[in-house]
Design a protein around this ligand. Structure first.
Ligand SMILES: Cc1cc2nc3c(=O)[nH]c(=O)nc-3n(C[C@H](O)[C@H](O)[C@H](O)COP(=O)(O)OP(=O)(O)OC[C@H]3O[C@@H](n4cnc5c(N)ncnc54)[C@H](O)[C@@H]3O)c2cc1C
Length: 820
């Protein structure tokens, strides 16, 4: 009997914590319960220890509710320790951390995301004008962009493509219509980049750069009216080609460590003595620099003579400099792998410019880093993620089709389980990547600038692209490896490291930024504690006390929620929908609590040192990333109208994400610096052990079937990429795929009747025999012939004469097709 009372007491406490009951309410409940149990003892047996224990809990809560008492005993003592443990933070670090807004990651960090808020976010959509632009000029540009010609024959974007881009204002997608730009939504902007990237990366990057972080974006947000009026129409028309130079040989990932300088001084500009900046820089890797007319430059401004009346070190500053300004060296090219967009170094020696060249004018001197970080918080979610999703979609489209067309061992390779595995990964990943892209774009269009989510997107979608393209290469075998006009994969494969490295290299983004910035910005209490600890004013201790106790309640609630939900298979929490996805809503909520608790354990053990434990931070980043991706996938399924055919893709994505979250958290807890704690924490978040498994073979098989047949789920998955209907590398695959499916029945009839499989070497003989013996009709015979011819055109790879490859002078670089 006493045991039952012990259970009641524990359950009472757990339920209070599970529901995150406020301290005063919890105290009142415990007082009432103590009184009630005391009275009930007259009616039935209530052990005295139980009443006493209820009373102790009530008194403890009363103690915690008396602010002066808890400050005296606890928070004021911790305050000093907390201050000491706070990591030092430079201004640039602080500005990077504070950039942007907090959106859905805040819900994840709450430990119990409110699904109604997610489901209330509008579904992504394009306006009629935006859709017409995609179907018109963008489609046309894709038709014009011949990947092989651009990359291997010209090694640059040919002039007609530049003119077309200018004519259709492709460099002005983010510029408002009043300045002559297209003023597209983030979704349309992303859709344009994605479609172009599915055809030719050089075109996509050329369009992408003026529309992402650079002069246009900086002018829009920070430019003076004169600067906007002067430059924005010119940028929109493409009269000015911009580039933005931040990176230098000494400052890559640590861009704020640049040594390029701008010294405030008087000088002569256009014949007049002017107050300005004498600039010296050495930048490299700058996209569009070799052809740019307008150079955006980041440098450290210094005022040694106090001409501006302030301090000597003014900070990072951004200026716009016409490349004709004397002293600028620009024009050489680097050769990035896999794409031939313009990229190169720029140097400047004692270049004198007036102060109005600073973006935003004189008062923005020293604010460059903040401006860049704010712009990055939004822009990073658009360009490279769109390239990444384009890669995934093309991998799904082409690998699925190729696996159906290519036969080995007398069967389409799609029939082999070994091929189903990479096909499933491509399908599941692409579905998830696109879900994250779409959800984040809606947030951007609602005015959010979610810095952490954009870092997640940049890292995860470029990484996902790499995995998809690698899998597609393996499925293609030699066809993917041998380059030439018939190859549609090799350039995307070669160019993978570019998107991995630019706009924040992925290793750094994963191990330093995603969780590091996420926990500071999105944790409901940490930032408040840090701000209070840094605040020298007398009221700060009170604010610290409040945040600290809220944090303790949050931590207790998370551990109780994680444990109870883990123990009960998360049935305690309600899903906002019914059907096959309900379980995933519940499991994601459960793992949010587990993640938040694990993050707090790490913070408690490491304090400010967690910043340097990149392996732990990286694993926590993985968990955070997959919690976000999981939410995005669930939202996508609802937005798409819950199509049952997409369930294999959703199931793969959710199973993989839940498994990754579980393994990442286990990895964190197995590597804590103090022994013992990890084991206990692991039992608390995974009380029934590792319950999440990798996606099943059944799911993989279903996805492989989706990618290797024509169906609505495949169309939805690959929506938004360019589908060539021409006789070119990818166009031939689409044709051959369609014909292969149409001819399949007739081919198997021939095989069964004539005991010989059809291929493009023997089809003429077999088809004729099959028609003569009535196995197939004339109409079927035509389809088989067309299918085999089309298959041959896909299987063929290019070959060149030695002279063409080895570069003898007389060689014309004209390849010939070669079978097998
Ligand atoms: C094709 C191309 C186009 C580019 N376009 C532009 C442009 O238009 N404008 C511009 O200003 N710049 C541009 N860049 C520069 C790009 O942003 C940098 O390459 C990038 O910031 C990384 O710098 P880095 O190459 O010097 O690598 P490094 O900084 O040397 O990094 C090397 C490796 O170390 C890792 N690393 C560094 N610090 C840490 C850390 N604290 N923790 C963990 N890992 C870390 C990185 O993740 C990376 O994997 C471009 C680069 C390329 C290649």
């Amino acid at each position: 009997m006493d045991f039952l009372y012990l259970v009641v007491l524990i359950l009472t406490i757990l339920l209070l914590a599970y529901n995150r009951t406020r301290l005063l309410a919890a105290m009142a409940i415990m007082v009432i319960l103590t009184v009630v149990w005391t009275e009930l003892r007259h009616l039935f047996y209530v052990p005295s220890w139980f009443r006493f224990a209820n009373g102790i809990v009530a008194v403890t809560l009363i103690g915690f509710s008396i602010t002066p008492l808890r400050r005296l005993l606890i928070s004021d003592r911790i305050y000093g320790l907390f201050r000491k443990a706070l990591p030092r933070m430079s201004d640039t670090e602080r500005e990077a951390l504070e950039a942007g807004t907090v959106w859905w990651e805040g819900e994840i960090f709450s430990g119990r995301p409110r699904w109604k808020n997610l489901l209330r976010v509008p579904a992504p959509s394009l306006s009629e004008r935006e859709q017409a632009y995609l179907d018109g000029p963008v489609e046309e540009l894709c038709r014009m962009a011949d990947d092989w010609e651009i990359c291997d024959t010209h090694r640059r974007l040919p002039e007609p493509l530049w003119s077309f881009m200018r004519e259709h204002r492709m460099f002005g997608m983010i510029i408002p219509e009043i300045y002559g730009g297209l003023e597209f939504s983030a979704q349309a902007h992303s859709a344009v980049v994605m479609k172009l990237a599915s055809r030719n990366l050089t075109s996509a990057i050329t369009v992408m750069v003026p529309n992402s972080l650079g002069p246009g974006e900086l002018l829009l947000h920070y430019g003076t009216e004169e600067q906007k009026k002067h430059y924005l129409p010119r940028l929109a028309r493409g009269d000015e080609i911009p580039c933005f130079a931040l990176t230098s040989p000494t400052a890559g990932s640590d861009a704020a460590g640049m040594t390029d300088t701008g010294v405030v001084c008087k000088g002569v500009f256009e014949g007049r003595e002017t107050l300005g900046l004498r600039l010296n820089w050495n930048k490299r890797y700058i996209t569009l620099a070799p052809v740019a007319t307008l150079l955006g430059l980041a440098f450290r401004a210094i005022d040694p003579d106090g001409l501006l009346g302030g301090s000597r070190e003014l900070g990072i500053t951004c200026a716009l400099i016409p490349v004709g300004t004397p002293g600028i060296e620009i024009g050489n090219r680097h050769m990035p792998v896999g794409a031939v967009f313009q990229n190169g170094p720029t140097r400047g020696k004692d270049v004198f410019v007036p102060l109005d060249f600073v973006i935003g004018g004189r008062e923005r001197i020293g604010q460059g880093w903040r401006m860049l970080m704010q712009s990055l918080a939004a822009g990073r979610a658009i360009s490279l993620p769109s390239l990444g999703v384009a890669g995934g979609k093309m991998a799904a489209l082409m690998a699925g089709a190729y696996a159906r067309i290519r036969k080995q061992f007398d069967l389409p390779i799609a029939e082999f389980e070994g091929i189903e595995e990479p096909l499933a990964r491509i399908g599941g990943r692409t579905y998830r990547m696109d879900a994250a892209r779409r959800l984040t774009l809606v947030a951007l269009d609602q005015g959010q600038r979610p810095g952490v989510l954009s870092a997640i997107l940049k890292y995860q979608l470029t990484e996902g692209n790499r995995q998809c393209i690698n899998d597609a290469m393996d499925i293609h075998g030699g066809k993917g490896i041998v380059t030439g006009p018939r190859n549609y994969l090799a350039h995307a494969y070669q160019a993978l490291p570019i998107s991995i490295t630019v706009e924040g290299a992925n290793i750094l983004t994963r191990s330093l930024i995603v969780f590091g910035q996420g926990v500071v910005r999105a944790h409901p209490w940490l930032l408040k504690e840090m701000q209070a600890a840094r605040d020298p004013r007398p009221g700060a201790r009170r604010a610290f006390d409040k945040a600290l106790f809220a944090h303790v309640g949050y931590l207790l609630s998370n551990v109780v929620r994680a444990w109870l939900l883990g123990l009960t298979g998360a049935v305690l929490t309600r899903a906002p929908v019914r059907g096959p996805t309900a379980r995933y809503f519940r499991q994601i909520k459960r793992m949010c609590a587990a993640f938040c608790f694990t993050a707090d354990v790490v913070l408690l053990l490491l304090g400010g040192r967690f910043k340097f434990k990149e392996t732990l931070s990286g694993r926590l980043a993985d968990a955070l990333i997959h919690l976000y991706l999981g939410c995005a996938v669930l939202k996508r399924y609802e937005d798409d109208g819950r199509p049952a055919e997409d369930l294999p893709l959703l199931t793969w994505a959710m199973d993989d994400s839940l498994y990754t979250i579980q393994e990442s958290l286990k990895g964190v807890l197995a590597n804590l610096p103090l022994p013992g704690i990890g084991g206990l924490a692991r039992w608390l978040i995974l009380p029934l052990g590792s319950v999440f498994a990798r996606p099943s073979d059944r799911t993989g098989k279903d996805i492989a079937r989706l990618l290797t047949t024509e169906n609505a789920a495949r169309d939805r998955l690959t929506e938004g990429v360019y589908i060539s209907d021409m006789d070119d590398a990818s166009g031939r695959v689409h044709t051959a795929f369609h014909l292969a499916l149409m001819a399949a029945r007739a081919e198997s009839a021939i095989r069964n009747a004539l005991k010989e499989p059809v291929n493009f070497e023997n089809y003429e003989r077999l088809v004729q025999k099959a028609v003569e013996s009535g196995v197939i009709t004339e109409e079927q015979a035509t389809t088989v012939r067309l299918a085999q011819e089309a298959a041959r055109a896909v299987i063929d790879v290019d070959e060149f004469t030695r002279a063409e490859i080895e570069g003898f002078e007389e060689a014309a670089f004209r390849p010939a097709a070669s079978g097998g």
